[in-house]
Design a protein around this ligand. Sequence first.
Ligand code: GLU
Length: 377
Amino acid sequence: MSISALSDLIDPAKCPRLVLKVGSALLVGVDGAPRRDWLAALVAEIAAARGRGQEVLVVSSGAIALGARRLGMDKGGRGSLSDAQAAASVGQIALAGLWAELLGQHGLIAAQILLTLDDLEDRRRYLNATATLGRLLSAGAVPVINENDSVATNEIRFGDNDRLAARVAQAAEAKGVLLLSDIDGLYDRDPRAPGAQRVPLVRGVTAEIHAMATGGSSSGLGSGGMTSKLQAAEIAELAGIALGIVDGRPESPIGHALGEGSGTLFLSRGKRRARKAWLGGRMRVKGSVHVDAGAAKALARGSSLLAAGVTAVDGAFERGDVIAVIGPAGAVLGRGLSEYDSADCALLLGHSSHKHAGILGYAPRSAIIHRDQMVML
Ligand code: GLU
């Protein structure tokens, strides 16, 4: 039973586990104070979902915005990295306390998890997060997750909770993600432009879909915007997860959006094996190899990438790093774990496998990327 409508996201039979992402502008008012009444109504919706037998994980933003107000920082605490780190530190306690209190009013136990990018990029740490989330859910708790902004630096951070939510859904093996936004879905052009139409259903985040997204966060409180939501949808669809965007602003936003039939649903591209799903969602790519037309065709048929079809190597990477595979027309065809470091790849390119031992002086692997370690995009 796959998810084909937004309302399926709250159907425990079709979506037994849901990740709900709540943005900063919804949680924190323009005065910098938490929007308690709105959040209390949302928590009642979460409690109702739990009552129907659906497990819910929350990805909650708002730490930086809440902390900035308490520390008297300007620009919502986003003026500099050190401001954001300090603000998040102060705001996260308040944020977690708020969730714990309001969930507690429904007899639900909140569990805080703070993640950094590497916790989900590194396979071992990713599996560790999967185990923790699974145990929390089986114990009946509601995980409330945010990025660990106090220690994250620009190089090692997600920076937006949209992609974090999609990655968490993968780690938690959820079938659906619901992003509560300050807009009621994706529009076919700038939503303020005359004649702009909401796109209710998206089958695959294509270049045409990307062209519809405009700019960053409209509220100035979060860091998301439609661009990061589309990136989240891409991670989700590759992992076999459906992703919805609905307007989070009304009271009880989930019921409101489903009642009205508004929002955008991004369909998944079917189920992927867990390891491939993790690989497809990896965000940091260390380098790339360019391939010729023959290799591109073989890859599309599911073959491994052989050095004979590689025409160029970019970047400095180690064996086991994720690299992109770029086709003759310049499009990224896929991503996979390299069997060689970049220097060895450069020595091997264009040469067929039986020559590798002679070139490198050691027993070679037969492929640059083995097909089990590769996802086509
Ligand atoms: N992690 C940030 C916070 O808690 C929010 C990131 C975002 O805006 O998506 O404030």
